[in-house]
Design a protein around this ligand. Structure first.
Ligand code: NI
Length: 186
C-alpha cells in the first residue's frame, strides 16, 4: 500500500487504479480542507483515470489517495462529491454491482432506491443531490469507498468468499488475468 502525496502530484503521470486486496482500499480517509488548484488538478486526474477505465464512478482511495473525494459520471452528467454526507435513504432496489478495483467481478446487491446527498464541489460550493435508481446506487457505492467499505461487504460471507477466491485466481502468476473493467458500478 503506497499512499500518494497529493503535494507531489505529477500532472504528466496518470493515476493507477488499485485493485482488491490492496489495503489502501480499507484505509481511513481525510476530509478535504483546501479547495485550491491542487484539488482541481487531482479531480481532473481522477476524471481522466475514470474515463480511461470506462468507469461510472471512482473514489480517491482507488487511486491511492486517502481523501474524501468521489466522482460519478453518468448519462452525460459529471458529479464531484467532496466530503459527502448521506442525508436520507428511501426504498429499495435490486441490481448488479461491480467495481474498478474488482475487474470482471459482479454481484447482485440490494441498495436504497432513492437518497439525498450533500457534498461540496471542486470549487467548495455545497450541493444537494437526490439521485434515484442506478445513479443512487453509484453514489452509495462511491461513498462506501470513502469509508473503506467495499461492495463485497454487503454480500453474504459465502458470496464474499467466492469473490475472494476469484480475485486470488485472477492474480495468480501464470493465469490469464482478467482485465475486464466494464462494470455496472465502479
Ligand atoms: Ni468501486
Amino acid at each position: 500500500m503506497k499512499e500518494i502525496n497529493t503535494n507531489e502530484l505529477n500532472i504528466d503521470e496518470p493515476l493507477k487504479i488499485r485493485c482488491y486486496p490492496d489495503p489502501i482500499l480499507r484505509a481511513p480517509t481525510e476530509l478535504v480542507a483546501d479547495f485550491d488548484e491542487k484539488l482541481a488538478l487531482l479531480v481532473d486526474k481522477m476524471r481522466l483515470a475514470m474515463g480511461i477505465s470506462d468507469g461510472v464512478g471512482l473514489a480517491a482511495p482507488q487511486v491511492g489517495i486517502t481523501k474524501k473525494i468521489a466522482l460519478v459520471s453518468y448519462e452525460d452528467k459529471f458529479y464531484v462529491l467532496i466530503n459527502p454526507k448521506v442525508l436520507k435513504k428511501e426504498g429499495e432496489q435490486d441490481g448488479d454491482e461491480g467495481c474498478l478495483s474488482f475487474p470482471g467481478i459482479f454481484a447482485p446487491l440490494k441498495r436504497p432506491g432513492k437518497i439525498s446527498v450533500a457534498a461540496f464541489d471542486a470549487s467548495g460550493k455545497e450541493q444537494l443531490y437526490e439521485p434515484e435508481g442506478f445513479l443512487a446506487r453509484v453514489f452509495l457505492h462511491e461513498l462506501d469507498h470513502l469509508e473503506g467499505k467495499l461492495f463485497i461487504d454487503h454480500l453474504s460471507p459465502l458470496k464474499r468468499g467466492i469473490i475472494r477466491k476469484k480475485v486470488q485466481k485472477n492474480n495468480a502468476p501464470g493465469e490469464n488475468r482478467s482485465d475486464k473493467r466494464h462494470g455496472a458500478v465502479e
